[in-house]
Design a protein around this ligand. Sequence first.
Ligand SMILES: Cc1cc2nc3c(=O)[nH]c(=O)nc-3n(C[C@H](O)[C@H](O)[C@H](O)COP(=O)(O)OP(=O)(O)OC[C@H]3O[C@@H](n4cnc5c(N)ncnc54)[C@H](O)[C@@H]3O)c2cc1C
Length: 564
Amino acid sequence: MTTTIETGAIWSEPEPDIPRSAIRETIETEVLICGAGNAGLMAAISAAKLGAKTLVIEKNRRIGFIKPYMGAVDTKAQKAAGEKALIDREEIIQELVNYGIKCTENNHVYGPGYRPSKYAGSNKVDEKLIRLWAEESGAAFDFLAEELAEYGIRHVAEYDTADGYHGGFRAYPTHSKLLVPPLKGGPFAIIHAGIYVLERFFEKKTRSLGARIMFNTAMVKLVKEGDRVAGVIARKKDGTYIRINAATGVLLCTGGYAAREEMVAKVNPEATAISCLRFVQPGNFGDGIRAGLWAGAAKDDYPSAMVFDRGIAKPGGRSDLPIRPGGSFDSFFFGSQPFMKVNMDGKRYCNESVPYDVIINPLQNEKNGVACMIWDSNYWEHVKSFSTIGCSRMVPSKSRPRTYEGMGRFMNSGMLMMMRMKGYIKKARTIEGLARKLRLPAEEFRATVERYNQMARAGEDRDFGKPAKDMLALDRPPYYGVTYGGWLLTTMDGLRINENIQVVDRNGNAIEGLYAAGDVAGGFFANNFYPELVVGVAVGKSMTFARHAVLHMTGSVRRTDQVN
Ligand SMILES: Cc1cc2nc3c(=O)[nH]c(=O)nc-3n(C[C@H](O)[C@H](O)[C@H](O)COP(=O)(O)OP(=O)(O)OC[C@H]3O[C@@H](n4cnc5c(N)ncnc54)[C@H](O)[C@@H]3O)c2cc1C
């Protein structure tokens, strides 16, 4: 029978009708995990470690990119690093609950100079889920670190948050890092840091614990027996279907829907309007969200996306559909530095010293959804003064043990050179010459730079209140500029889940046998983008909840019963 879901036209594709005769094989398992990314592999390692018969199905031919920025509270690594790495749990919970609104009250969380986010969360989230992350992430990442230690992977705390603020916003030392041992003959810090090689270790661990991973196998729909989800129907690469019965539970870890940009434009129009680069996990088409809805689940009403200020365009370029697709070498990390930014009229339009999830929003109001970022040949001195943190860090971190965070001057100049060769970055000996190359009105632009420099020398930004330490004169030619906008990474609105990570229906009742963790699940972010100063919280909650789902479905924890 074909049914149509009722959550609006956007998600209303009909459920496919797959007759029994089309199913070639039936597989029996206990725990079934759909999707092998950050959440899926944490779940697989957890389930296999508990001795459950575990199967992971993954749509692509390899596991998803394991993102190394993992946000946690109270890991052993943080405790070992001492006070600097410790976080006030209640404070961080309130920060996430009210993300983007508390600042207007100028209270203890925010320092002076705060500017509210246009897309504030404003408590449209599920505080119980945020508490769960704050309470369990430490133990979850300690577990993972212990499992991966046999490969020489070390768990370190990235706690260097400079002065603890970024332009009036509080920064939290949440970044929990799995440090991969250096490859033989591989001197590059970025490889040292574990980027692009963590997948190998996650997969090895999953298999060594006895879990099975089936690649090129896409979950298509859930199978219900009565009110309970009993398994899934999946499609293999050759187009044939299989049925998988899961005696213990099905965990959806299929990510968001960022790879379907026309859907992002419908659900998250503010994200596409300011994005000029799309580098997302291929295959994240919202399959899990759709399948959950067909099975009677509720979904977040508020959209949420992850957009970093690191998309760049050629002069005259714009944001919005179609968004230029790219890979890791297309994302412009330097874009998160709070240099002077001007709109296409050559005028400043905001305080540049705010987190990167905030600075990107004002582009909604600017021509073509893009702006130009300007720097001069003295730029590294400015970067040192900015001292940004998280994945926007440029200056090597002071955390000990070393975390190898911060790409440093040498690697950054290589990236700038590459972007110049590709025609994105423009260089000129004069401000007028740069204006011509960036297609900015020369007179306006020159006046803006002159005023900026005067205010920088006076130590006060009378136009937008940018902190004096970030307000440095642009007066050392040659000058550089780039047309910049957003980089769309993922979506974060998804199926509603409870504290057990069970998917719930519109009355809040759990759908037995069905769990969802990662970007397929919602309740954690609303209307806002990922808060960069709670470093790695998207990955952190994805993996913490994936583990919790497994513990719950196998009867290893019953959180709601713990309260006496
Ligand atoms: C480039 C990039 C950088 C990021 N950086 C950060 C960061 O610094 N900090 C942070 O907190 N977050 C970051 N994120 C976001 C973070 O990666 C996600 O929030 C997190 O990975 C979600 O994990 P997941 O397992 O839900 O999704 P994913 O890791 O995307 O995994 C989903 C998996 O499901 C598979 N899949 C999809 N559909 C199906 C199907 N029908 N059947 C079977 N398999 C399917 C996909 O192929 C994929 O392997 C970043 C994201 C990207 C893309």
